[in-house]
Design a protein around this ligand. Structure first.
Ligand SMILES: Nc1ncnc2c1ncn2[C@@H]1O[C@H](COP(=O)(O)OP(=O)(O)OP(=O)(O)O)[C@@H](O)[C@H]1O
Ligand SMILES: [Mg+2]
Length: 330
């Protein structure tokens, strides 16, 4: 029989509409049954999973809303994530600020009726893999809105010379189509005026962004994210209703990320303190990826349980990869 953990993971992925995760957990249940000597049941489960993969579930997926077309299609990518606040592991005060944002946005009409403006422009700062992009997905999921990702680095390199005009098109879309708009890699636009090679053009782009964000009075939510806070022009900070800082996880958060990630797989005799020690200093993203590596390793080698060794090896490997990236100056 599937463990309570596995059932929980199945239900969670079902509720999130995450078919891939649902099938991955089902595969783990099949592997577990095989290990227990329940070969017939394991085979039946695997056949059912194969059938599901061959289109049964895919055909039931809701048709996604259209992607932006034409010129706008080159500037924005639409996504429809279903993540919720509970999926995020963050300090309480950061979560509180996100909750306040969600509440103000949900009640925006009421707030506007009193002549006030809900929080709508947020700047997320912090190191890679700490949940900035994920936060945009969570806000999208909580508010039931589409997520539009504006790739500023692409916008700046591909269209340098016409970037200001392209930005105006993006802000028109923000006004017309309510959604969460993520300006990722924001430092490429928000770098201090006078910083960079093409000084004149960058300054023009930044100035027009400052004007556009000031004029914007839409019902959309604007999120800018960067891991280079030190590069940002100070004039920008005042334009945001909220500036939220992200950091590497503390010990409690490390444990929470690991436990959430391996909950679908049976664990045994794991000394959590030791595992968390190995994970210290890694980002949420690195830890999540290491956990996935460990679970995959257990699946491939038909292990019934996830061992301490598996988990620590995967974490150590991530740390080495991280160090190599740092040494290479990436
Ligand atoms: N706070 C978090 N809670 C739970 N999982 C997280 C968190 N942060 C990151 N993750 C995991 O790491 C992955 C990558 O995180 P995310 O893309 O949000 O990082 P980021 O801060 O946007 O990094 P970058 O600066 O490189 O864009 C997520 O998809 C998730 O699996
Ligand atoms: Mg990101």
């Amino acid at each position: 029989m599937a463990s309570a953990h596995q059932l929980k993971a199945l239900l969670k992925s079902h509720m999130a509409g995450d078919d891939e995760q649902f099938l991955a957990v089902a595969m783990q249940v099949a592997a577990h049954e095989a290990k227990q000597g329940h070969g017939k049941l394991a085979l039946e489960l695997r056949e059912l999973i194969e059938q599901a993969k061959q289109g049964h579930l895919r055909s039931k997926k809701p048709t996604p809303l259209a992607q932006p077309k034409g010129e706008l299609g080159e500037l924005l990518t639409a996504r429809y994530p279903q993540l919720r606040l509970n999926d995020l592991v963050l300090p309480e005060d950061t979560k509180d600020r996100l909750v306040r944002l969600i509440k103000e946005h949900r009640q925006s009409q009421k707030i506007r009726a009193y002549g006030l403006v809900p929080r709508r422009k947020v700047l997320l700062l912090g190191p890679p893999g700490t949940g900035k992009t994920m936060t945009s997905s969570v806000l999208t999921g909580e508010l039931g809105l589409p997520l539009f990702i504006v790739r500023l680095d692409g916008l700046m390199t591909k269209y340098l010379g016409e970037t200001a005009a392209k930005l105006r098109i993006v802000f028109q879309a923000i006004d017309r189509t309510r959604g969460v708009y993520l300006f990722d890699e924001f430092d490429s636009i928000g770098a201090k005026r006078g910083f960079g090679n093409d000084v004149g053009e960058i300054r023009r782009v930044l100035n027009s962004f400052l004007q556009l964000i000031e004029l914007d009075n839409s019902d959309s939510l604007l999120i800018a994210a960067t891991n280079h806070a030190e590069l940002l022009d100070r004039a920008l900070l005042r334009r945001f209703d909220d500036v939220i800082e992200y950091a590497l996880p503390d010990a409690a958060q490390v444990a929470a990320v690991i436990k959430a990630k391996v909950s679908a797989f049976p664990t045994s005799r794991i000394v959590w303190n030791k595992v968390c020690e190995v994970a210290e200093g890694l980002s949420h993203g690195d830890i999540a990826s290491a956990c996935e590596d460990a679970v995959k390793h257990a699946i491939i080698h038909d292990k019934a349980r996830l061992s301490q060794r598996n988990l620590t090896d995967a974490l150590v490997e991530r740390r080495r990869a991280d160090n190599r990236r740092i040494e290479a100056g990436d």
